[in-house]
Design a protein around this ligand. Sequence first.
Ligand code: FAD
Length: 366
Amino acid sequence: MISLDSKPVTKKTRRTGSPDVVIVGGGIIGCAIALRLAEARMKVVVLDRGEPGAEASSAAAGMLAPQGESATPDTFFEFARASRDLYPEFAREVEALSDMKVGYRRDGTLLVALERLSAKAVHERAAGLAPEIRSGLFIAGDHWLDNEKFAGALVKAGRRAGVKFHTHSAATRLTARGGRVESVQFAAASKAARKSLSAGTFVLSAGCWSPELTGPLGLRLPMSPCRGQMIEFDAPQPLAHVVRAGHHYLVPRAGCRVLAGTTAEYVGFEKAVTGEGLRSILEGVMRIAPVVKSFRFRRAWSGLRPDTADHRPILGYGEINNLVFATGHFRNGILLAPITARAIADLILTGATEHPIDAYRPQRFG
Ligand SMILES: Cc1cc2nc3c(=O)[nH]c(=O)nc-3n(C[C@H](O)[C@H](O)[C@H](O)COP(=O)(O)OP(=O)(O)OC[C@H]3O[C@@H](n4cnc5c(N)ncnc54)[C@H](O)[C@@H]3O)c2cc1C
């Protein structure tokens, strides 16, 4: 167990009437933590300034692929792989609680295995690939889900487990005194009046918008939004696997739908879909699979990845005693949701966690 200087929420520290935990930001990270805490009988409120799950968590491709980020097995790779291994149970649990299907797909075994394929074998696995492709690696353990459906199912599962959601409610300020956050002020889009919520513990999971709330407290979170654009097509036949070359990929969705991604642009909080973005995705995926030329366009969108100075997440307690960070998941927030939820819930419930999050503590930025 890694012991961290935090105060677990016990019956003694509970406030009557107020929630035990207020979670600011209802993306996949905030909602996954909320579900874990509600299952442990905590009174949990999630504040989201829009619809929960509608930002980066819906914009993503839904790949659960630790190998996508690390060429060599380092500690982050192990962390991501541990989260990937929690997915079968997590997806099953969310499907059961929400009565929704989340498009969770695994090909064969869950064990990670790299298999070098001949040109013939690569072309047999995915029709329509470029003839120049001479070899490939098949990662048998990789799986993926429909993150848009999953985000919706997670919110429904949370509600059923007792989580209270305040939607269209933007947190405007965290008020701290004596090293503790006392309350969060928030504003509903439709109403002029500001409201306030007190709680024993606050979780900051507002994705790339998290620094807006820590800045006024004097806490530096070196984060920036990284825009990723996506295109969805209808293909003539279903795609059996994720096909990927660098940051360009094709990801199967239900039926014959296929997602094509992506871009990585540092253009502030601008969520436009641009001609240049679409061009670069199309060129990239057509280099992998010229057959995309004949796919029928359905829609395009963009989302903002919460990037950090070292591209790693920010997890755990910082300077303020009862404020827990769960943000900065950059390209891997879907993949890392189950391990993040467990680690953060452990910290809040017991003050410690067995999951190795020490390297991701907010204090590392000084
Ligand atoms: C194009 C693209 C492809 C991706 N592909 C993958 C992939 O294949 N696999 C993978 O693992 N990851 C992928 N990602 C990354 C993943 O989407 C993110 O890491 C993850 O969604 C982050 O989740 P989050 O809950 O922290 O943030 P978000 O989903 O952005 O949620 C933050 C929430 O906080 C709310 N909020 C913000 N400010 C406030 C406030 N002041 N008050 C109240 N609420 C607030 C927002 O409304 C939002 O709902 C991709 C991202 C993009 C953009």
